[in-house]
Design a protein around this ligand. Sequence first.
Ligand code: AHR
Length: 655
Amino acid sequence: MYRVFYLVLIITFSLNAISQKLQTSKQISSGLFGVFFEDINYAADGGLYAEMVQNRSFEYNPAERLEWHPFSYWEYITPGFSYGNISIETNYPIHPNNPHYAVLTVEHVGHYPEFKGEPGVGLKNYGFDGMVIRSGEKYCFSLFAQLLSEKPVKLLIALQDRKGLFVAQNNIQINSTSWQKYETILHATSGCDSCSIIVLAQSEGKLALDMISLFPEKTFKNRQNGLRADLAQVIADMKPKFIRFPGGCLVHGDGLGNMYRWKNTIGPVEQRKEQRNIWGYHQSVGLGFFEYFQFCEDIGAKPLPVLPAAVSCQNSGGTWRIGGKGQKAVPMEQMPDYIQDVLDLIEWANGPVSSKWGSKRAEAGHPEPFNLEYIGIGNEDKMTPEFAERFTMIYNAIKGKYPNIKVVGTAGPFHSGEDFDIGWQLAQKLNVDIIDEHYYVTPEWFIANQHRYDNYNRNSCKVYLGEYASWGNKLWNALAEAAYMTSLERNGDIVAMASYAPLLAKKGFTQWKTDMIFFDNKSICLTPNYYVQHLFMNNQGDIYYENIFKKEDLDTTLAFSCLKNSKSGDVILKIVNLSDEKKTLSVDLSEFKKILPDAEITILTGNREDENTFKNPNKVVPVKNVYRVSKKFNYIAIPFSLIIIRIKTKNDKYE
Ligand code: AHR
């Protein structure tokens, strides 16, 4: 009798112990932190997209900017007392999607002994504020041309510095009377930060020119039509688990005609349909859906393309002041076609080569599927009945045909309010997989709201925090974001994904004040916010552990998390000290059977107001070191710091 009693007691104790243990850890999203790329702040053309010629296709126009026209950023040149003329025409374009091209007539090439340079009639382009040419590097030049006169025309292609000296040059002979692509390599014998490219006809005749293009030979992963290697690399260095693209407001666009239509962005670049960028400039869409998917694959990130929910931005027509009444909806009779476009994207990404859209992916050089898992529908749209009706139609069509694709819905532009509430209600009604929340707020908001997700319903839609930032690039902002990110990890069972925004910003060309990565044509300035993102992304885990740290209750200046990465076996501790005092934390790792004493510690710290600048880009950078750990230890966190301690639990020697 006593034996049975003891047995029951032991079993009960063990079960309690097991369940307590179970409660101290939980499975969280293994793909929590990724990046959000939007073509804002010249992030694409003039930025990540490595094309160096601005307005290569003569498609700039006054609808984008009043002062713009098809010849913007080009100069007509006639060195050596040469003469002729230039016009922009539309009669016989390479493709109807790309209607404008230049027609150059050379009447006379001056040959005067007093002129020492290269004579001819042609065009000059400074790119996006001067091209940075590096000595010893190669540049891939190409153009489309059509001979409109009898004799072949000789073109001189040269990279010229501000003083007029050529740093690279080569020749092309135009001899085809139909549009043809010509290419040559320019080898730079010296460098310059502010070069231009010239295309100079040096024999008499007439020809049509379009898609005048220059890429560095060294693009990211040496892709053709590729990405600027240094910028792509700093994104890749973060090891994002996903990339959301191509926006943002850019997706739903300024009116129906300005919506992002993915089909216009694939195929040969000269056949893509360029358009106005809602942020006040031009989208060449040379960086289009193929290039986005390829970039994701190149850096091991899952693609998260976002398509409009068949409504335009509520602020279309600049109607910020009248309360978001600018939303326009695709007419119902056009919805079947619209929905088909959405379904076609999934077939394009995942379908077999034998399928209509899968074959287009293969034609672009990628017969293997891209393994698309997620698709976003809508971007912080106004929650009108028109939106709800269209979103529901698109959602049902996707789920009907592709039940395994996870749909990301949208919950308006703020962390609360009418659009947020209605967005959530609709998502819950439809049982949408993931819902995209956005908020740009103060650092203090992030600090005060670290418990936002603790009480979210665990049996409802998951959350994607698709856009967040704390209005600043000081260390203080970055640390407030870091503290909040530990709370996202704590709630990683329901917060499936999160991405800071915006990602890229070109110095002098920004439309959004605080961004993660600043760049000019030559260099990059990484913000403290970047380093926070970098450290969290490089230290992701899939199991969250409670009760590892002890701290005084109600101390909101300390935040922490403990994760395990089950692939590597590493235990990852993150500590954020937001105060101006040292803070002591006791750490108890008894939970883990075996830990190796030599851990890696990375600390990001400085003064609260510190920020990085182009002049002083390394003021706030993380510093790595070795740190001895034991099963139980006290850690003293220095003021204003993010600390990551990465502890190995696996080592062949010890197995
Ligand atoms: O990230 C900048 C903008 O902020 C995005 O385009 C939009 O979604 C949000 O309002």
